[in-house]
Write a protein that binds this ligand. Structure first.
Ligand SMILES: [Ca+2]
Ligand SMILES: [Ca+2]
Length: 432
């Protein structure tokens, strides 16, 4: 019963929004509160049990349910999470704190306005190689050194399909859906989803220069600079402050793999492991997706979750953690580091689209991560004989050695076994 009314509320909310202008409020505060439980609990679904039966047994709304996979996620109040009732049920696991567990953790510097001239926009989607002129990345010259360093021009020659036919889910603050940089590059609108607000329009919301506003737009823009013909599936899970919940991150990962995303970009993280998110990643990888996640920006000797758990295990083979170095190959002052970290890319002053037609410079491991995602899209579009489970490992193995000559000595083996993304060496090794 509880579940039915919640679902109905969400449906009504979505229908109401469909009639609104795109600028309209997503969901009212009470609606969002109802859909944002304090805690979430993953439970096994006994064979033959329906969603309704499960909800009735626990006395809690069932927010995720997959009978075939045998799992469900319940929403709990704080009192329920700490109360004795649930714990006496043999099916119950450990409740997880849901609210704001994930963060994009970033800094942005707005650089300027009206960079996107109509005449230049074709270069985002059509002839990607034309954006390189005599070694300069002519689309955004400020990125030339960044992209020379990861050998992007050579990568575009080695993988001229440029990501064509590869869907990259960007699970983030949303995307400026109207930005000319994304014209022709977004997945069909019926696949879009805003899990944060509970509607079907994953647009950015917020104030420029504050919190996470523009973060997802920037991440998506970097994917497309690396793989200009790839398709972006925009999924919103982070609010204007850059934070998001366990439940919505897990829902978005499930959604992305259900919509056939071959690559899932998670430029977000948490200090705590979430079994619910880890299991969603496991399911997505079992369905054929590759997942990349950022290491986090606290300059800690430990990387954030879920990146932390990507180094090993079944899902680890199809997922990749990414930190950040400078164009001089030194660890970025903010980048977390760990023996668990598999790769670093460039996460400082990366120029990319911002909301409202802006060009924005971002710094953070969030911006290094989509360089790896784009590189995987290049490989997949071109075709590879390397088994999918070995592809991210190859990317890490073919990286530049950032420890040569005592470089990064304090972080030896904690910026990846080798280190810095080298798209040319990677693609030479893996494409047909
Ligand atoms: Ca929305
Ligand atoms: Ca891995």
């Amino acid at each position: 019963m509880v579940k039915r009314s919640t679902a109905l509320l969400l449906v009504l909310s979505a229908l109401a929004l469909a009639g609104c202008s795109q600028q309209g409020p997503a969901a009212t505060a009470p609606e969002r509160a109802a859909a944002r439980p304090s805690h979430v609990l993953q439970v096994r679904v006994p064979e033959g049990t329906t969603r309704e039966q499960l909800g009735a047994a626990y006395g809690a709304p069932v927010l995720m349910f997959d009978a075939a996979e045998g799992y469900a996620v319940l929403g709990l109040s704080a009192a329920q999470a700490s109360g004795p009732g649930l714990r006496t049920l043999s099916l119950a696991g450990t409740p997880e704190s849901n609210l704001g567990a994930f963060s994009a953790g970033m800094t942005a510097t707005v650089q300027g306005r009206a960079i996107w001239l109509k005449g230049d926009l074709g270069s985002w989607t059509a002839e990607g190689r034309a954006i390189w002129l005599k070694g300069q990345y002519s689309l955004i010259p400020e990125n030339t050194l960044n992209f020379q360093t990861i050998r992007l021009e050579q990568a575009h020659t080695l993988a001229p399909k440029l990501g064509q036919g590869i869907k990259v889910a960007v699970i983030d603050t949303g995307v400026d859906l109207e930005h000319p940089a994304f014209a022709g590059s977004l997945a069909p609108a019926e696949e879009w989803r805003d899990f944060y607000a509970g509607d079907n329009l994953p647009d950015e919301e917020g104030v420029l220069g504050e919190g996470g506003y523009g973060h997802g737009t920037g991440v998506a823009g970097i994917v497309l600079q690396v793989a200009p013909a790839a398709t972006i599936l925009p999924l919103r899970v982070l609010g204007p402050d850059g934070s998001g919940d366990v439940l919505t991150v897990a829902q978005a990962i499930d959604w992305a793999s259900a919509k056939g995303a071959q690559i899932i970009n998670l430029s977000l993280g948490s200090a705590e492991r979430s079994a619910i998110v880890q299991d969603a990643i496991k399911r997505a990888t079992e369905r054929g997706a590759l997942v990349v996640a950022s290491a986090g920006n606290e300059n800690r000797p430990a990387i954030s979750y879920p990146a932390h758990d990507m180094v090993s295990g079944g899902a680890g083979e199809r997922s990749l953690s990414v930190g950040s170095v400078t164009t001089g190959w030194l660890k970025s002052s903010f980048s977390n580091y760990s023996a668990n970290l598999e790769l670093v890319a460039l996460g400082e002053n990366v120029y990319t689209p911002g909301p409202d037609g802006l060009l924005v410079s971002w710094s953070g491991t969030s911006m290094a991560t989509p360089m790896a995602a784009g590189g995987l899209a290049l490989a997949l579009s071109q075709g590879t004989d390397v088994p999918l489970k070995d592809l991210t490992k190859k990317m890490a193995e073919k990286a530049y050695d950032v420890y040569n000559n005592g470089l990064n000595a304090p972080y030896k083996d904690k910026l990846g076994k080798k280190g810095l993304l080298n798209l040319e060496a990677f693609l030479k090794d893996v494409v047909k």
